[in-house]
Design a protein around this ligand. Sequence first.
Ligand code: ADP
Ligand code: ZN
Ligand code: ZN
Length: 822
Amino acid sequence: MESTKFIEVLLPLPLAGTFTYRVPRILNQLIVTGIRVIVQFGKKKLYSGLVISEHNQAPISYEAKYILSVLDEQPTVNHIQIKFWQWMASYYSCNFGDVYKAALPGGLLVSSETILHLHPEFDQAEEELTDNEYVVSEALEINKQLSLDEVVKILNTDNIHHIINKLIAKKVVIVDEELKQRYKPKKAVYLELTDAFNSDEKIKAFFDDLVRAPKQLKVAQIFLSLSGYFLKELKPVKSKELQLKSDSASSIILELVKRGFLLKLELEESRLDFNKLKIRQPYDLSDSQAKAYNEINQFFEQDKVSLLHGVTSSGKTEIYVKLITNCLKQNKQVLFLLPEIAITTQLIIRLKEYFGEAVAVYHSKFNQNERVEVWKEMLKNENSRFKIFIGARSSLFLPFHRLGLVIVDEEHESTFKQFEPAPRYHARDSAIVLAGLFKANVLLGSATPSLESYDNAIQNKYGLVKLTERFGKVQLPEVWIADLKKERQQGMKGIFSNLLINEIRKSLANNEQVILFKNRRGFSPFLQCHTCGWMAPCTRCDITLTYHKYSNQLKCHYCGYQINPVKKCGACNSVQVRTVGFGTERIEEELQLLLPNANLKRMDLDTTKSKNAYHDIISQFDNAKIDILIGTQMVAKGLDFKNVSLVGVLDADGMLAYPDFRAHEKAFQLMTQVAGRAGRKSKRGKVVIQTSNPYHFINLRVIDGNYTEFAKEMMRERKEFFYPPISRLVKITVKHKYPDKLEELSDALGVKLKEAFGNRVLGPESPPVSRVRNMYLKSILIKLNKEKSLLKQKQVIHEIKENLIAKYKFPIFGVITDVDPY
Ligand code: ADP
Ligand code: ZN
Ligand code: ZN
């Protein structure tokens, strides 16, 4: 007899290891690594676990439960993905289960969800209910059942657990767990010719019968041509399409179904767009592009990661296109990684023009169902139409099977690092590891490389390839400084210096466009009491609420708390409460007063929430419907406009003053990138930087564009203070509701970590915002020595942390480890 089969199952939960389950004999044949199975875990919860391996060893410390069912016929996850995820969990000190949860699109993670039903014996008249309890019971009378998410919506609070517990105790509700399959294929009604009409004669006879029903006849005729009948290639016709093309009501189609001419069927439809663009041949590379291209290929032959340092508009994208073409010839897949905000329609269209339907796009503005469809299409392996994947960081988790090339564009972008929740991975660094598993080539591209990558190139670990001129010998822009101190002495009042406003006027007079940039960091507008200086605070976080004019609300940027603007000071009751500071809205307002006839548009997180908003603004700007585009980081990225002659950087000081060891590097990168939007083919562009610090080292390097000098100076600082790329960082954040509990653990952690790492431990200290969502925070930074095993150093940190958490009975979720924080 066959021995009992056991499997190791990975759960989408913050758990370090796998769990052993038993396979019922009838399912034995179906089990392979990488398929999803439904298992029970915890009291009554069901999850879709992932089969990691099979064996015959019953677990020692617990009795293995049976798996409940098998979800896949074919693996959803392949061996290389599993390896990659294991690496990620170990490098970024997080749980294997966290990676699984992040990797699969939510639609493929079936999980049980708590469903509330009204208790059969509940009688509303008899019970004493609070308002909230009453609302829930009322909703249940109507809806019969509610999910917890629905209760959250109805009560308008996240904090529903105590309410639910009360409701259970009072026998108002009962709960049960229901499996919820989240991915729903999109279905549409199609029509087919029924089998009865299998010859021209029969159809002709039917049409003769229809002479007195001309509307039906028309629909039937149009149906035939749409169905490919005359081409002898029958295919189902979408009911909606038939209605549209024949301009008829659905009732007429229904008549034809009743007469037995048409058959209705429901078919799954793809949500992915199949829009066909004309395929273009790539451009011929210029001499300097061709030289760079050859150098890259030589480094690839030596199995080296290549860093392409090419100034803005040097034609990097065209080089990428050539490399992609090459990779496709070898029948391999390409991953093209970009930061979320740089995945623009412009770029996608450009790539689709070359590669057509082989291009798939995968990022967060895609909904769950669309992501599942990309994943499922990829599982067809050789038969999948997709070969090139453009995506933000989460596209690293896709089921590649023959990855040949990874391109990381804008590789310096800090948004490649995932903040919250775990896994807190860096997509560029992880991509290099992923490529290693496939022996695929890697190209990093940027006009302003990160110091990490540049240092690797200087150390000869990466190959360095330079493109120092713009394509077509277009000149780099001319950078001017508006000295705010001087300008203020000369009477400057609001946000705009004379220099900048005059340049804007000149551009508009020439029918040219302008981009104004204000970094998101620094200060946003807030309300302040003019009498005593009081500012409206968030009640849950240690931060001032910012003022949003558009929605006329005061909002907390950390927790989302919002209130109507206060009219009176919360401290002294004075009514002299005014807005201070400036964000993009203030800029728009002030500029419109100065230039009443100009067309202005803001592009920031607020105005681009919906899926197409971003694209709409870009195309309006492209079509010259907007004169001046005002924006945050978003305007600096990957956009290519023909008519922009001027770029204004409104607040360089805010960027330079930010308390972070990377602030200067980021300021240089952002200013250089945004400057790169100015001036294209025929005319040299202009950039005006407003600053009170005209001789700041970073401002000078933006003016002369000397990256090498910039990098030298930065590396000197990093060496002096032992920061990356000289060292590696691990950041521990501790949070707790009570400051004394917090202090107890963070102090103990500080002491133990200093014993192990000496003066390479900074903190514990309160971060700039020291309370978020009612939790107090402390952070500790540890500088690891790159020359020694990083894994061992991280293990030491992990052990110290686990021991102290246990000792102080601290909630495990109250201590967060962030490896390579940004
Ligand atoms: P980057 O990605 O370095 O910012 P792009 O690839 O966007 O630069 O190139 C800048 C502009 O030059 C684009 O409009 C692009 O179409 C054009 N361009 C680049 N290379 C070529 C080429 N070899 N032939 C024709 N046009 C090119
Ligand atoms: Zn006051
Ligand atoms: Zn808050």
